[in-house]
Ligand binder design. Sequence first.
Ligand code: CA2
Length: 147
Amino acid sequence: MSQPKVTVLHGPNLNLLGVRQPDVYGYETLDDVNNALREKALMAGWAINCFQSNHEGELIDTIHAARLDGTLAIIINPAAYTHTSVAILDALNAFEGKVIEVHISNVHKRESFRHHSYVSLRADGVIAGLGTQGYQVALDAIIESDG
Ligand code: CA2
């Protein structure tokens, strides 16, 4: 049997993790986050695709690719697109697997424009405010529930 697959998507500006605003987003870089996720996935026998883009269409294309290649789950931090993107919501609605939305910061403690998420209308689970550990919690949940 082929390995179960999970895709991890990081939205705009998350390439700056660990480089700017550590008071809000912490000191771990995106590579640190992805490497820890890859290690966990490897140990559990899962294939993992980690992808960051500053472009909405590239994130959507990657969601479409996950839909077609049998990916069981998507972990997504849509970053600012969380609060604006009906297009990402539509793409996720066409994906049949599990979707977990992750935010590094507690968006509910921040400006009111961050309190609404289009992606939450589709997400099976939402994690906010646990720092970069939120991604690990999301992957644990996926692995433990077998997708
Ligand atoms: O808390 C989160 O994970 C957010 O999704 C991060 C987004 C923000 O727009 C959301 O409201 C909440 C911003 C990502 C920007 O990431 C940076 C990381 C380091 C330095 C500067 C930006």
